[in-house]
Design a protein around this ligand. Sequence first.
Ligand SMILES: Nc1ncnc2c1ncn2[C@@H]1O[C@H](COP(=O)(O)OP(=O)(O)OP(=O)(O)O)[C@@H](O)[C@H]1O
Length: 247
Amino acid sequence: MSTLLEVTGVSKAFEGVKANTDVSIRVNAGEIVGLIGPNGSGKTTLFNSIVGYHPVDGGTIQFAGKEITTLRVPEIARLGLLRTFQQTRVYKQMNCVENLQISTPAAQLSTASLFVRVPKPVTEKAEALLDFVGLSSKRYLLAGDLSFGQQKLLEFAMALMSEPKLLLLDEPTAGINPTLINGLIDRLRRANAEFGVTLLVIEHNMRVIMNLATRLYCLAQGKILAEGAPEAVRQDPRVIEAYLGGH
Ligand SMILES: Nc1ncnc2c1ncn2[C@@H]1O[C@H](COP(=O)(O)OP(=O)(O)OP(=O)(O)O)[C@@H](O)[C@H]1O
């Protein structure tokens, strides 16, 4: 398997708080990798460093064979590396189709692009992805009128519009009704298998991540504590201790 993402020795501190210390992780093309760890262990900080949201203090990040350590969010997004958020970032005053139409790289939001005619293939792709996430019947509803779980599905479809090589998902099932979680897991798997999207997933729900990931990393106090097969990581005494110690 070829390496898609290689994070080597990355550190990041905020005014003396060491959020990440010497973190190294690797994600191979085609994998679904999980990132777990107690609250405040540095998971979101690592995502932010990878996507270029803030500069790192040390270490390097390579994506698809290219050094991206000092690139910023739009440049990294154009290379095919995107993220979703714990709190969704949909355009609440636009309907679902419009949210997807403006999510293609070609439509990188200029105000003018909202008023010109959207090419038919873009609309067809938007409709197909809304169908994929089960929101077809809501396509003309304002995104702000969707439930929180539906907004997360919409945000997932928005990310898929750009056909990312790697998608970082920050707690995809948080706030989603337990009965809908299995459907979401199924869609994440299908996006991986059918669309070829490699996934790196932060998830607090152990059942979900054990079900979804083929490999796990566990962060604790900003450092990688364990790495390996999901079951082995879950049973690792250091991981259990880190979780218990956090409560
Ligand atoms: N912008 C910031 N300014 C100051 N401190 C920050 C900032 N972002 C994160 N931190 C601190 O860095 C540490 C790691 O936070 P981070 O959000 O990365 O953890 P997390 O594992 O994603 O947590 P959670 O599971 O609760 O979302 C915490 O101590 C947090 O308070």
